[in-house]
Design a protein. Structure first.
Lengths: 509, 262
């Protein structure tokens, strides 16, 4: 294996990341990038005949770099990155669950997405060719239970929780009122999505991407298609880029309104809950009138979009105008309701230095003064030509700041929607789809979901997906949930959870 | 006075009157794909159109489509509009798994009548005090959004005497979403066992019915039917709130009258 320099490729994955000679060298490369201002964007592994490839993603201006090192076959461990870089904490636990390889020196190597009692049990091994592994049943007994101090007890909260929620278990350690410590178990709804991708032709992968994290269907489809389009070396036709922006921004509005519904509900504001719920329903209906699906599914295809919106642009503009007036007025009243703001202020704070260290994505990062919006720093589709400016800075990092960021983004989304609709009105007949034939290669693709950046690393071999790693913003951000309960009490929990606005489906793929 | 009082009065009544009155959004909803021409002139290549294997062709030249596998991607309708089309309206559910295969055969229709009578006998006592419990068994998160939408003022299912409850002990109906993740099998089973009789299980979404595109891999069971006994199967990726509501009313023996467009 040749050392460091140049874009050498790993066998079986031509066009893969820059190869480091060893894992410590790989970590040094990542550390120097991060020290130079880049953001640690993810860590993944792939099983190859030649060994286990560890790939780190580092996001900078205009690019996501992939650095890679290969462990020889039979290697049982490697020196952990988490001991130097906290942000890799969950990534290395996930890699351990999927491959059984041990990161030496990891601060707490407990199962995350696939708890198995037997350390030598068969693991999914994404990337390994051949048939998918037979059934693997998780066993929660393999997760140690610990309580941190005397007088504390644990309240298990989940996986079946009150309300209509995705399955996750929170273990809240408390002396009675304060939340002393919180643990999360995200494995319950692990679906084996990464292995499922490997059974699909590249063209069908977008359908699974849309169903990886439902509340970010469009963003996942975009990130997947961007990877394929980068491989094919094509850019999408201008009108297709505009249609993509329309759906991506409507998805953002729906997700931010959902966060507002949940926060208002937690605060007991019945009218606000109802009104934001109606607004969200109207957006879902608008999306379904445009494309038939309330989640924008089926719109984004490799190379472009399937069709123009079925709804006339005049009607679209009118509905957007009505929605903006209604939502803006309700949001203004909400942000003037003192009893509500009192519940959010200084609740669930994330310190700015932690947000920066972790590279916190989306509204969570922005509320703590760290912003790396893929639409701005690595723009795609029609975004470079539309007026998109940075948001006013926030540094409070509490649930209130996260809601303020969402309202700022809502305003920005309406602005983008109007611009994109105006541009689309000028477009004459033309193709909506560029040919996107990919036979072999590997590339990354990204898109800014409502929760933050979604990153896909896709390897294709002879038209079939050889490895596909979706990294959702939910996965990257949810680990921060451990850290935001300083001084908060049990009744703050729903506010903090709603202010994070993440989806468990994207965490435990 | 709180500004919310005026905000709340602002838009008047937004709640649908469905199922008492027709609702255009419900009636025009694009449901799962269906077979428009079960005996097309050319069947070669039809089965390979579907990424979830919902389409089968028989040696006698007939085509069948399993709506329980349909993820509404629209490839079959786009490629062969002569053979496939969309089903319209909120009625997508079936009371047995084979009844989701289109076109329906006369045997399934006869069997269905008996199943429908049995289900109605179980649920008739619930009348207008029905409590729902939802369990996510490995969904993509979209079905949860659509079930939760039933609580917004547009659908307002409380007006139909249907409520959500936190405790399985108070629940009459279990709504299950997701492809049947192995990690949720035991919590789902415990929730089901904890419910009093009579109880009804509704599998919400194509993932819950058949596993959908997630299929049956190392971590999923290809639907929830092997974990709990499903009474009502509701395909859709995800099904719309009206589709879920329609299925609930059918489960409760209160099927909405068919309206125009269906």
């Amino acid at each position: 294996m040749n050392a460091g320099a140049g874009a050498a490729s790993v066998s079986g994955t031509p066009g893969a990341g820059t190869l480091a000679a060893s894992v410590p060298e790989l970590w040094d490369l990542v550390a120097s990038e991060v020290a130079g201002g880049a953001r640690f964007a993810g860590l993944m592994a792939t099983r190859h005949p030649a060994g286990l490839a560890l790939s780190a993603h580092v996001a900078g201006l205009g690019r996501v770099a992939t650095w890679e090192a290969v462990l020889p076959p039979g290697a049982g461990s490697y020196p952990a990155l988490s001991s130097a870089l906290d942000a890799a904490f969950w990534y290395e636990r996930e890699i351990h669950d999927l491959f059984g390889i041990i990161p030496e020196g990891h601060p707490r190597l407990e199962p995350l997405i696939l708890p198995l009692l037997d350390e030598h049990a068969p693991r999914p091994q994404p990337g390994a060719p051949g048939p998918a592994p037979p059934g693997i049943w998780p066993d929660e007994h393999s997760i140690p239970r610990h309580v941190m101090g005397p007088g504390l007890f644990t309240i298990p909260h989940g996986p079946v929780r009150s309300g209509v929620m995705e399955s996750i278990e929170y273990l809240v350690e408390t002396p009675g009122e304060d939340i002393a410590h919180l643990n999360m178990r995200v494995f319950y709804k692990h679906r084996g999505i990464e292995k499922r991708f490997e059974q699909l032709p590249a063209a069908d992968g977008v359908l699974l991407a849309e169903r990886t994290e439902g509340v970010a269907s469009v963003a996942h489809a975009l990130a997947y298609c961007h990877a394929l389009e980068r491989l094919a070396g094509i850019s999408v036709p201008w009108p297709a880029g505009l249609v993509r922006v329309l759906h991506a921004e409507l998805e953002r509005l729906a997700a931010h309104l959902d966060a507002a519904v949940r926060l208002a509900d937690a605060g007991g504001l019945a009218v606000a809950t109802a009104r934001f719920g109606v607004a969200k329903e109207r957006i879902a209906r608008l999306v379904s009138r445009m494309c038939g699906s309330r989640f924008g599914r089926g719109v984004v295809v490799p190379g472009g979009v399937r069709a123009l919106p079925q709804l006339g642009l005049a009607e679209f503009r009118a509905e957007i105008g009505r929605l903006e007036r209604s939502i803006t007025a309700d949001a203004r009243v909400l942000m003037g309701t003192a009893s509500f703001l009192d519940r959010l202020r200084r609740t669930g704070p994330l310190r700015p230095e932690r947000a920066r260290q972790h590279g916190a994505l989306g509204p969570i990062g922005k509320a703590s003064g760290f912003s790396d919006d893929a639409r701005l720093s690595r723009p795609y589709d029609a975004y470079p030509s539309l007026g998109l400016t940075g948001l006013r800075p926030h540094t409070d990092g509490d649930a209130l700041a996260r809601l303020q960021v969402r309202w700022d983004e809502v305003r920005q989304s309406f602005h983008l929607l109007r611009q994109a609709a105006d541009e689309l009105a000028e477009v004459s007949e033309g193709p909506l789809r560029a040919p996107c034939e990919v036979s072999s290669g590997r590339a990354t693709g990204w898109a800014e979901a409502p929760q933050g950046e979604v990153l896909y690393d896709v390897a294709v071999q002879d038209g079939q997906i050889a490895r596909c790693r979706p990294r959702s913003a939910s996965f990257h951000n949810l680990v921060l949930f451990h850290e935001v309960f300083a001084g908060d009490i049990l009744t703050d929990f729903p506010f903090i959870e709603a202010s994070f606005g993440l989806s468990v489906a994207g965490v435990s793929l | 006075m709180s500004p919310w009082v005026l905000r709340g009065l602002r838009d008047g009544v937004v709640t649908t009157r469905w199922p008492g009155r027709p609702d255009p959004y419900a009636d025009r909803w694009r449901g799962p794909a269906t077979v428009a021409d079960p005996r097309p002139a050319e069947v070669a290549g039809l089965a390979s159109l579907c990424p979830t294997g919902a389409i089968t062709t028989a040696a006698d030249g007939s085509v069948r489509l399993d709506q329980g596998r349909c993820i509404q991607c629209g490839r079959c309708v786009d490629q062969r509009p002569d053979v496939f089309g969309w089903s319209l309206g909120p009625a997508a559910e079936a009371l047995t798994r084979p009844a989701l295969v289109m076109p329906q055969t006369s045997e399934t229709e006869q069997g269905l009548a008996a199943v429908r009578a049995g289900l109605a006998a179980r649920t008739t006592a619930l009348r207008r005090s029905v409590h729902l419990r939802h369990v996510d068994a490995g969904s993509d998160g979209a079905e949860e959004q659509e079930i939760a939408a039933l609580l917004n003022p547009v659908y307002d299912i409380h007006r139909l005497g249907i409520f959500f409850t936190a405790s399985p002990r108070h629940a009459d109906v279990l709504l299950v979403t997701g492809a049947g993740a192995h990690g949720m099998a035991e919590p789902l089973r415990r929730t089901y066992t904890g419910m009093p009789d009579p109880k009804v299980v509704v599998a919400v979404g194509t993932d819950a019915v058949s596993g959908g595109l997630a299929g049956s891999g190392y971590a999923t069971a290809g639907g929830v039917g092997d974990v709990v006994p499903v009474d009502v199967w509701v395909p859709g990726s995800p099904p719309s709130p009206f589709t879920i509501l329609h299925a609930l009313l059918v489960a409760l023996g209160r099927p909405p009258r068919r309206t125009e467009g269906q």
